[in-house]
Ligand binder design. Structure first.
Ligand code: ASP
Length: 327
């Protein structure tokens, strides 16, 4: 201790905490880890989290338990992790909303770039523009004409301001210059239940949540937001092909820890994430759901940090131009 103190010129307390961090990082994890998903159970973020958590648990030798903290477009769950102890036992799996909410919210309970450390990128997944099964329009052009003519009637489900479904819906309304009534849910899991029940008309959501329903014919699909058609739904055109120029959006997920988490713990989680993303069971499920696992190089703290920073910069002007904010 004396040597550590002298070497680093630290106070006794700082040296103790540094030592404690080093020791706990070596033996980490020693108990159950909570992975906060900032959306309701049953939705696409939850599906990604549960698949990855199960496989990471095996690699880490400790359970990762998923806790759904939905609400306010993912910002409640992110806030919960921002204020958790930086010990590696509370982690966050969030998507692109981590970047967009930094601009969409005039006030957030946390500083997006200051409150977190990084584990790595998890997946990349496109969105689909879908509707309840018996919704009248049969293709994207028909949908655009229909919603323009019925703008006071049509309802669009989303998972709150900051969610990917909100971003995609906002881009759609802005592209066709027609504001529509939005219905916010705590996640697109419950939103899908209402779409299936016919209580809401339209939604834009990740293929992780929509592929099985589209294949089963229980909802109607108009377009995918990827640059190319997807193998799992070859007959669904891209939004660009179907008449929305430039309408491309890819959703990415990342795993974060509270700021101050020892680097060795973030690295351990990153290595475990890389193992999970190469797990054939995880890969097969993701493939079925049109969801692409990140490469080893992307499932790293540095890659996620760079992605978050570049995505905040990328979406800021788009959101500012749309002029839609939450207070
Ligand atoms: N992915 C959904 C969204 O961003 C939320 C969820 O995962 O439930 O809208």
């Amino acid at each position: 201790m004396k040597i550590l103190k002298a070497m680093l010129g630290l106070t006794a307390a700082a040296a103790v905490s540094l030592l404690a961090g080093a020791v706990s990082a070596q033996t980490y994890p020693e108990r159950t880890i909570t992975m906060v998903v900032p959306f309701a159970a049953g939705g696409p973020t939850d599906t990604v989290a549960r698949l990855v958590a199960e496989s990471m648990s095996k690699d880490l030798g400790q359970q990762i338990v998923v806790e759904n903290v939905g609400g306010a477009g993912g910002t409640l769950g992110a806030g919960r992790v921002a204020s958790a102890d930086p010990d590696g036992y509370t982690i966050l799996l969030h998507h692109i909303g981590m970047a967009t909410s930094a601009t969409l919210y005039r006030k957030l309970a946390y500083d997006t770039l200051g409150a977190f450390d990084y584990v790595g990128l998890v997946t990349e997944v496109p969105m689909t523009i879908v509707a309840r099964k018996d919704f009248e329009p049969t293709d994207l052009k028909g949908l655009i004409d229909y919603v323009k003519a019925n703008k006071d009637k049509v309802t669009v489900a989303n998972a709150g301001i900051g969610a990917a479904s909100h971003l995609c819906g906002m881009m759609f309304m802005s592209a066709i210059q027609t504001p529509l009534t939005t219905v916010p849910y705590k996640g697109t899991g419950p939103a899908m239940t209402d779409l299936l029940g016919g209580q809401v008309d339209v939604m834009c959501d990740q293929t992780t949540n929509t592929t099985k329903q589209i294949q089963g014919g229980t909802i109607k699909a108009y377009a995918v937001t990827s640059p190319k058609r997807l193998d799992v739904m070859k007959d669904i055109p891209t939004a660009v092909e179907a008449g929305l120029p430039g309408f491309e959006v890819g959703i990415w997920h990342g795993i974060y820890t509270p700021k101050g988490t020892p680097a060795a713990i973030n690295e351990r989680l990153s290595k475990s994430l890389q193992v999970a993303l190469k797990d054939p069971n995880v890969g097969a499920r993701f493939a079925e759901l049109g969801t692409t696992p990140s490469s080893d190089a992307d499932a790293t703290p540095a890659a996620l940090k760079a992605k978050l920073e570049s995505e905040i910069a990328r979406w800021k002007p788009v959101i500012e131009a749309a002029g839609e904010y939450a207070d």
